[in-house]
Design a protein around this ligand. Structure first.
Ligand SMILES: Nc1ncnc2c1ncn2[C@@H]1O[C@H](COP(=O)(O)OP(=O)(O)OP(=O)(O)O)[C@@H](O)[C@H]1O
Ligand SMILES: [Mg+2]
Length: 262
């Protein structure tokens, strides 16, 4: 393997991780989950992270979301209140006891946005996600894809400065996954939302990312960076481009080495 990966300094990044390391458990039963890892995400940038299962991707995102502390190193997020970071979890994290609309309004309620305005903004996002007819339904009555849309609407309704997404489409069938990828592409390109996006899917990473970072097996470090050669605004049509297939197989070669049993 070549030189260790060095993230180029973004001048005023929204997110900066420096020598970030996370270990779980106590000696002698410790698990080195992550790092050391350096990462910056510039304003408006969409950074995708791929890596083998268990390499520390969710750990990275949970640290970024402030849900977990680093063992060593730092992760700084520069957002100006009242537009916080918003996270979409691997398992959606929506509340089954709240209606769909109340779920979408959740972040706005925390921000103490007045109820009337919060409802209007929630309804606007429900309409964008094709969920208007389900505003008063409970999540248990929705399909997996619809629940995922609720989670996306909830995260975007607060107009986050930084969007953290942990395999948001992993549980969906291929067709819906493609549709939601295209929707997210549209949304993030029009809103210029700074996004850190974890996925197992190379195709997803290439469609969405300004940069695709490849992580090693645990403890996850960044071993490669690729910039998909597709100018913005882009559409899902790039999936059929020869450069797309070439990049996908290059990334797959890297990942296969990391995922191989030793
Ligand atoms: N709370 C915890 N306590 C102990 N070990 C943990 C904890 N959370 C994660 N780990 C361990 O840290 C490592 C990285 O886990 P993490 O969930 O970050 O992986 P991941 O890359 O998100 O995997 P996947 O692709 O399967 O979602 C794993 O070995 C996991 O067992
Ligand atoms: Mg994970």
């Amino acid at each position: 393997m070549g030189e260790p990966y060095q993230d180029r300094e973004a001048s005023d990044p929204k997110l900066r991780a420096t020598d970030l390391t996370r270990t779980f458990g106590r000696t002698p039963h410790t698990v080195d989950a992550l790092g050391p890892l350096d990462l910056t995400v510039a304003p408006g940038e969409f950074v995708c992270v791929v890596g083998p299962s268990g390499c520390g991707k969710s750990t990275l995102l949970r640290i970024a979301a402030g849900l977990l502390r680093p063992s060593m190193g730092t992760l700084e997020i520069r957002t100006s209140s009242p537009r916080p970071a918003a996270m979409i979890f691997q398992d959606y994290g929506i509340y089954d006891w709240k209606t769909v609309r109340a779920n979408v309004r959740f972040g706005l309620d925390i921000q103490r946005v007045p109820r009337r305005e919060a409802n209007a903004r929630a309804d606007d996002w429900l309409a964008r996600m094709g969920l208007s007819d389900f505003a008063h339904a409970y999540p248990a009555t929705l399909s997996g894809g619809m629940r995922q849309r609720v989670a996306i609407a909830r995260a975007l309704a607060v107009q986050p400065e930084l969007l953290l997404m942990d395999e948001p489409f992993a549980a969906l069938d291929a067709q819906l996954r493609t549709i939601l990828q295209d929707e997210l592409l549209d949304l993030t390109q029009s809103l210029r939302t700074t996004t850190l996006f974890i996925t197992h899917s190379l195709e997803e990473a290439i469609v969405l990312g300004d940069r695709v970072l490849v992580m090693s097996a645990r403890p996850g470090r960044i071993i490669a960076e690729h910039r998909p050669p597709f100018p913005r605004p882009r559409t899902g049509d790039i999936r059929t481009a020869p450069e797309f297939t070439a990049l996908k197989s290059e990334l797959w070669d890297l990942l296969r080495k990391e995922a191989a049993p030793v």
